[in-house]
Design a protein around this ligand. Sequence first.
Ligand code: X8Z
Ligand code: ZN
Length: 613
Amino acid sequence: MEPTRTDRRTVLRLALLAASGGPMTLARAVRAGQESAQEAADAFLSRYVAGWLPLDTAASEAAWAAMTDVSEEHTRQQVEATLAVSRFVGDPEVIATARALLERADALDELTVRQLRRVILRAAEAPGTIPEVVERRAEAEASQSALQDGFVYPIDDPKRPGERISANGIDRVLVESDDLGERLAVWTASKTIGAPLRDGLLRLRDLRNSVARELGFDDFFALQVADYGISVDQMIALCDGFVATVKPLYEQLHTWAKYRLAERFGVDPPEGKIPAHWLPNRWGQLWPGLVEGIDLDAPFRGKPPEFITEQAERFYVSIGFPALPRSFHEKSDLYPVPPGSSRKKNSHASAWHINLEDDVRSLMSIEPDARWFNTAHHELGHIYYYISYSRPEVPHLLREGANRAFHEGIGDLIGLAAGQRPYLKQVGLLTPEAERADPVRFLLDSALDGASIVFIPWSAGVMTHWERAFYAGTIPDHALNASWWEMAGRFQGIAPPSPRPETTCDPATKTHINDDPAQYYDYAIGTVIKFQLHDHIARTILKQDPRECNYYGNTEVGAFLRSILELGATRDWNAVLQEATGSGLSADAMMSYFAPLSDWLQDQNAGRPIGWS
Ligand code: X8Z
Ligand code: ZN
């Protein structure tokens, strides 16, 4: 339907009044049919963006300072900046206007409708109708982050009295040590962060839920899922489908890994579940370093950490992306805090789009090893996504991924490409032993590594189900650990080394539970999308085997990826995926990638009890 013609000056005046909460609101005018919906929406959105963008930029700057240099002052400034943007996006008049305009969606173009929906989702995070709750939430979020980011892990080991360990240090021991006593001490140290975060997490659950319910969402989990345009039940069904699809292969991997670890530690394999401190990751989300003859860390030993960033950037540039802006290097915080410095920073990797234009940054603690090599590609994926959609054709409100999973999947895709042997060999990052390794053993290593098969029961299973139940209120406060370990047992086949008391809070040891809540299914879906895109690129563009291919230097691959990234969130994500790969969301490509593993694992596991139930 064509919008009717109106006096543009009237529309602008009304939009101004709406933005300032004036007496004659745009909402009323639009409802009364006095204004063209399209012109009114255009005027409203341009006013909205002009007000919101500087406040949002200031809030991102303040959050960046709080995360890279934890201090009371930075926390206070973060709360103030967050509240300033919250007051704007959650203004009741903004909500009323966006809702009124959406009632006329049939008279609006698609871009406008998509932006108005974003306005509503932003408002739902901070509704101005309950300002005291929004305020308490901003304070609780900031102090939970400060507590988390400033934490130092104490080791309770008589052999190392008073010793503390960094997150990188914990990860290194869990990957490298064959000493079960040391592993247990370090794993236990990694869980000490949960207890101080427990009360804050419970408070945040209630505040996040109150905020989400104000605009009619069932709970905070439902608000986060709304970004995908599907219901919570549909999201859970999607994730359960992924878990069921990988289950037979996961059970084989689980059995193989249990026997392999028992052999390494010189003990008998336990019946059933794997003890959590046996696994090479604090949460069992990836299991690197288990395959003999494939030491992916070896080529990085002795290299400076800067090599990791530079090599990752070279990959993107080789396929046609621009060099990273100078400000990225100047403003990012990429390496661990030097020994002796008292500065505390968040230890988890992240990527930032500070002003939704050219100010892009990453926070990491890169050390020269294979895990950080992969993570650097992941973070640069976010950065190149930001750079690609920051163009005039994409409105600021739609400078996001096709969905959040796309944003996670792109860097993982380049990480997968940078883990292929032809590329590693070309750039001198493959040991002769790994080069000679049987392809199936190389495939086994990738099935156990990040964003792959063992990641699915964790991401689509434990994390998604636990947070869904936590926000729905079906987990009693006195059973946070009990429910967590029940799910780790059910989905991952992992058991704690000894019963975990409810005075600790193991879910809160995972960063995302505290500061990126109710969104972890993004990574599961991102993993599935990654394999779909990879399969398409390898077979259709490169015409190479997806398991032995090389994107490096291929600008056709870069052009294909840019055609997705440049869209931002201007199109429906289902359509973007369908048009790019020829199919809808499906785990088929992932399963076909790992197909040769099944027979091999069944041979290796012959005579062993499979699974853990
Ligand atoms: O959090 C991340 C990224 C930051 S966006 C490093 N990931 C998840 C995690 O570490 O738990 C990537 C894989 C899953
Ligand atoms: Zn990410």
